[in-house]
Design a protein around this ligand. Structure first.
Ligand code: NI
Length: 179
């Protein structure tokens, strides 16, 4: 399939509300998901949302079968295709951690997220997904699903003293990555 261009912050297409996927298991949908996987793999992303390649659908992919070199030391998140997601926070506890985004290359920031969530949705065949997760998995889902409501992580940063260039903040990571 195809490695697609990833839109960068400032592009108005990243600020839209995404449309729900109406029909599952179509050739067009499978082709789009293959492009998302190819694009994410080409840049070692932890996740990618369809609006980031300019397709305004409620579709995100995340996770991997091996620990991501951009996020060493983080637990493995199962490889997932998630359509029409819905997130419910479980409790009021938040936690802060560093995030980056393929649409905000070269930067990292500390972002508060719900510690524990339930998320539901469908896979590409229309099979329901219903998971209760916490920690890094919960963070990745919240970050990716934010792309479906026009939110980029810098909009969630509360303390800009914890925001900056990856190459300055994390020189070991940045040496191996172009993001
Ligand atoms: Ni992102």
């Amino acid at each position: 399939m195809t490695v697609r261009e990833i839109l960068k912050m400032g592009d108005a297409r990243l600020l839209r509300m995404a449309e729900p996927v109406q029909t599952f298991d179509t050739p067009e949908l499978h082709a789009l998901i293959a492009d998302l996987h190819d694009t994410m793999a080409a840049v070692n992303g932890a996740g990618l949302a369809s609006p980031q390649i300019g397709v305004n659908l409620q579709l995100v992919i995340f996770g991997s079968t091996a620990v991501n070199p951009r996020y060493p030391g983080r637990p493995l998140v199962p490889r997932t295709v998630l359509l029409n997601p819905d997130i419910t926070p479980l409790g009021t506890e938040e936690e802060e951690d560093w995030e980056g985004c393929l649409s905000v290359p070269g930067l990292r920031g500390v972002v508060p997220r719900w510690s524990r969530i339930r998320y539901t949705g469908f896979d590409e065949k229309g099979t329901p997904i219903d998971r209760t997760v916490d920690g890094f998995h919960a963070r990745v889902v919240q970050h990716e699903c934010d792309h479906l409501i026009g939110k980029l992580y810098p909009m969630r940063v509360r303390d800009f003293s914890h925001f900056g260039f990856t190459e300055v903040l994390f020189p070991d990571i940045s040496a191996a990555e172009d993001d």
